[in-house]
Design a protein around this ligand. Structure first.
Ligand SMILES: Nc1ncnc2c1ncn2[C@@H]1O[C@H](COP(=O)(O)OP(=O)(O)OP(=O)(O)O)[C@@H](O)[C@H]1O
Length: 369
């Protein structure tokens, strides 16, 4: 379904111009769909959200929600629910009054607004905190009140800007689960800005990746995670990513000249991705050398839970002599490898250590660029 055909939900083109920044983003979300906006710092995610809310003026484009044109409406007439860091709860009002505020502002009578607010507080599990002031609430409780406040206006569009970022790890888990439940039950369109891949992968139906004010990749979370198309996305999902040319069953990568057997791979310009766990490391040249073998040097060793991530640089000047895939060039690909603590000890891995690296061809994904 194209944006134009989409009767309900969000249909927007957001154009914002600043002296050194230029955003031009087509963004749609079907009713009930949760779209996560992801991207590096300064990509324009918050700007896009603020423009949808009417807080940042558009230089061009449009914002329609359920067929209603919001483009020129002020924020308080948009019926858009917002959970933004800067929209803290009103400190002088109780939790109940905070949630009732939106419906009141929309003209709902006092009694009805309070009744609805009480219902929402119950939904988010905070019926007992109804009369508490925000400063008496924990961070997680305050965020749930903010969510109730946003939903109480029955918005056609819900906007969430880093809703979990201010919470500690434990509270985050709790609020993420609550948010997941409420988003699943929300009938409108929702747009979520986050830095956290876990939030994006667990909360969103679709990911939209923005870099430099432009959409660079979108799709279902599982698809984006498996088939990254930019170095930023690859880092985000923890994959090694290369661009290269597929030719007769092998792929030659531009930066590093690694050749990978790629049976049934597409021809021409391709992306090539593999998990850090698909990279095997050896102290000396392994017997029966695997085909995709090259010499490398350890650039960094990072601890990650029960594993270690080893960042490899291209091979050092002594890389010659390998008859693996172009090891003779001395310029191996820069990849990350995940290994166990035992492997770090056995191989004596430390910054600067020389190693042999190989990738199992069967674990390499190749897809058109
Ligand atoms: N109020 C403002 N006035 C001028 N420039 C701004 C303003 N807010 C943001 N910018 C600039 O606009 C660009 C996009 O910023 P924006 O905050 O939308 O990015 P972001 O993707 O949300 O980044 P982050 O992840 O760091 O929050 C940046 O270059 C930023 O410096």
């Amino acid at each position: 379904m194209t944006a134009a055909e989409q009767a309900g939900g969000l249909d927007a083109r957001i154009v914002v111009r600043r002296p050194r920044f230029d955003l031009d983003l087509v963004l749609t979300a079907a009713p009930g769909e949760v779209v996560a906006l992801l991207g590096p710092n300064g990509a324009g995610k918050s700007t896009a959200l603020r423009a949808l809310a009417g807080l940042t003026p558009l230089a061009g484009g449009h914002v329609r929600v359920d067929g209603r044109d919001l483009t020129r409406l002020p924020p308080d007439e948009r019926r858009v629910g917002m959970v933004f860091q800067e929209y803290l709860l009103f400190p002088h009002m109780s939790a109940l009054e905070n949630v009732a505020f939106g419906p009141r502002a929309q003209g709902t009578g006092r009694r009805e607004a309070r009744r609805r607010a009480a219902e929402w507080l119950e939904h988010v599990g905070l019926a007992e905190q109804a009369s508490a002031r925000p400063r008496a609430l924990s961070g997680g409780q305050a965020q749930r009140v903010a969510l109730a406040r946003a939903l109480a206006v029955r918005p056609g569009l819900l906007l969430l800007d880093e809703p979990l970022s201010a919470l500690d790890a434990h509270t985050r888990l709790e609020v993420r689960a609550a948010l997941r439940r409420h988003l699943a039950g929300f009938a409108g369109a929702a747009v979520l800005v986050t830095h956290d891949p876990l939030d994006a992968l667990t909360l969103a139906d679709r990911l939209v990746v923005v870099e430099g004010g432009r959409l660079v990749q979108e799709g279902a979370p599982a698809d984006v995670a498996r088939h990254p198309r930019t170095p930023y996305v690859a880092r985000l999902v923890g994959l090694n990513l290369f661009r290269g040319r597929a030719d007769g069953g092998s792929v030659v990568i531009a930066d590093g000249r690694l050749k990978i057997d790629a049976v049934a791979s597409p021809e021409g310009d391709v992306f090539l991705a593999f998990e850090p766990s698909a990279v095997a490391l050896y102290r000396s040249r392994p017997d029966g050398s695997p085909r995709n073998l090259w010499k490398a040097r350890v650039a960094a060793v990072e601890s990650r839970g029960d594993r270690f991530r080893i960042r490899l640089d291209g091979a050092g000047p002594d890389a010659s002599g390998g008859d693996g895939p172009d090891a003779s060039g001395g310029d191996g690909p820069q990849v990350s490898a995940d290994v166990t603590a035992a492997a770090v000890a056995e191989l004596g891995l430390a910054e600067g250590s020389p190693v042999w690296a190989s990738v199992k061809a069967t674990e390499v994904r190749v897809y058109p660029a």
